[in-house]
Structure formats: C-alpha cells, structure tokens
Design a protein around this ligand. Structure first.
Ligand code: HBI
Ligand code: FE
Length: 284
C-alpha cells in the first residue's frame, strides 16, 4: 500500500489542547471508561481488549493524543489527530489512507452519557483506537480510506459508508467462545454492548460484502441488524476487491431496510424486532 496522497481540502485538524480539559471532563471519561471496562470482558473481542491494555488507555482522564499517538505509532504506524466534529468524507478518507485517525476532542455532556450522534472523544478514542493497535485491523482501516478516496469519483459513497457502519462501527465477530463485539459504536456504549449480544430483538447475519453495501442503517438508535465477520483477515481480504465492479453490479439494485432478512442471508439470529417496534409505538 504505497499510494501517494496529497492534501487538497485542508485537513480540518485542531489542537487537542489537552491542558484545557476541566476536572469534570476528565472525571466523565473515567466514569465512562470504568463502566465499559467492567462490562466488556467476555463481550469485546480479544483484539480489542489487547489493544486497550497495550495502549494503557487506563482510567486516568482523557488521553493526551500526543502520548497516545507515540504509543500507537510504535505498534502499527497510526496516529490520532483532533478534529472539531464530523469532517467531510474526502478529508476523512485521506486521513485514514495515511494512517491518521481523526478523533473528536470534546467529551459528551453528563446528560447524554448513553447515546449521542456526533462522535466525541470517548467514542473515537475508547471505541476506535484499541483496534488500531492490531496490525490486521490497522491495514483494514487504511484500505478503507484508500477505497473511499477511489469511490469519490464513482458517486457510491453510500455503499462504502454502509460497509464502514456495519463493520468498523457496529460489527460482531465469531470466536470459538461465541460472538464478540468489535464495532466501536457498540464497544463505547454501555447499553448497546448488552443489546447487541443479548437481546432477541435484532437480527444477526453472517457478513457478506454486497449484502452489507445494500443495507440502510439507522443512526438514531440501536441497530436492527448486526453483521458477523469470521475474522479480521477475511474482512481485510474483502476490502482489496475491485469495488468498481461491485458498485456497477449494485447500481440498479434496491437498497434493503435495516430490519430486513432476505433469501440468501445466512441467519444466526432472526430478530423479533420487539425493541424497534416498541420504540416506534412510543413515538406515535
Ligand atoms: N468525520 N470525524 C469524523 N468521524 C467519522 O467517523 C466520519 C467523519 N466524516 C465522514 C464519515 N465518518 C463517514 O461518513 C464515512 O465513513 C463514510
Ligand atoms: Fe465511530
């Protein structure tokens, strides 16, 4: 992977200004960290837990990105940079293609400890960074960034965004001990870390690249379907395929709803969707 990437859009980075976090903000990190670390053994995949300890993301306040980057760079060549909010797709991809992970610098407020749509420092650093210490996952994220840069000219960003969503953000993995979490959106959420593995409500389907690329997702609540990979090696191999062929094959196919199960799916759990239905009724 020896591509040359040039910066054209400005890179949207900001100083983390670690010194300016308040004691209350550090304490909020500690609380979130402590809660997840007690919940995740036996739920998060081994690679995530290994990354967590290798980087010593311990309960000592919001990590300083410079120190964190120094540790991560030694392991896989990745660094963590601060950004103010969601950055444009082209910028995001270019950072990933160059092994820079853009992380929010703000931390969620005390009133939204359980769900927020904008990625904050806890989601981005606790959720994403541990797996970047794993060499295979580190390659996958770079390959995703490179695929993203190529996809910009195909106008198929929605397909790629679904791949990211159902793997990096909300993926599950098969292990000899049972299903485990690797998606950052799950691993950084106390409630969804239970829901994704324990609830009868969501579907759990075996990952299939084309299937995933056709599937809409929701950003406002727990997922209605989780996709399960066999291994990070297998996932990485998928991302080296020529996506332009897949984009062409999917161009005239209808997208699938988040809760749908269709012929051809390999179903591990056929969800009741009880949770989603109940939420829907409460809204009426
Ligand atoms: N920006 N900071 C940030 N974090 C993200 O996860 C992110 C982003 N911009 C675009 C984006 N994600 C996604 O839309 C792409 O994966 C498709
Ligand atoms: Fe994320």
């Amino acid at each position: 992977m020896d591509t040359v990437h040039t910066s054209t859009q400005g890179d949207f980075t900001i100083p983390q200004a670690w010194e300016t976090y308040t004691p209350a903000e550090h304490a909020r990190w500690d609380m979130l960290y402590d809660r997840q670390v007690r919940l995740l053994p036996g739920r998060a995949c081994a690679e995530f837990m290994q990354g967590l300890s290798a980087l010593q993301l311990s309960q000592t306040g919001i990590p300083d990105f410079e120190k964190l980057s120094a540790a991560l760079r030694k392991l896989t060549g990745w660094t963590v940079i601060a950004v103010p909010h969601l950055v444009p797709d082209a910028v995001f991809f270019e950072h990933l293609a160059n092994r820079r992970f853009p992380a929010g610098r703000f931390i969620r407020g005390a009133e939204q400890l359980d769900y927020l749509q904008e990625p904050d420092v806890f989601h981005d650093v606790f959720g994403h960074v541990p797996l970047l210490a794993n060499p295979i996952f580190a390659d996958y994220m770079q390959a995703y960034g490179e695929g993203g840069m190529r996809s910009l000219s195909f106008n198929c960003l929605d397909l790629l965004a679904r791949l990211y969503w159902y793997t990096v953000e909300f993926g599950l993995i098969k292990t000899p001990g049972g299903l485990r979490i690797f998606g950052s959106g799950i691993v950084s959420s106390y409630a969804e870390s239970k829901f994704a593995l324990d609830s009868d409500s969501p579907n759990r389907l075996i990952f299939d690249l084309r299937r995933v690329m056709r599937t809409n997702y929701r950003i406002d609540d727990f997922q209605q379907t989780y996709f399960v990979i066999d291994s990070f090696e297998a996932l990485l191999n998928e991302t080296y395929k020529d996506f332009s062929l897949i984009y062409r094959a999917l161009a005239n196919k209808a997208s699938l709803n988040p809760e749908e199960v269709v012929p051809g799916d390999t179903v591990l759990t056929r969800g009741t969707q009880e949770y989603a239905k109940r939420k829907q009724e409460q809204k009426r």
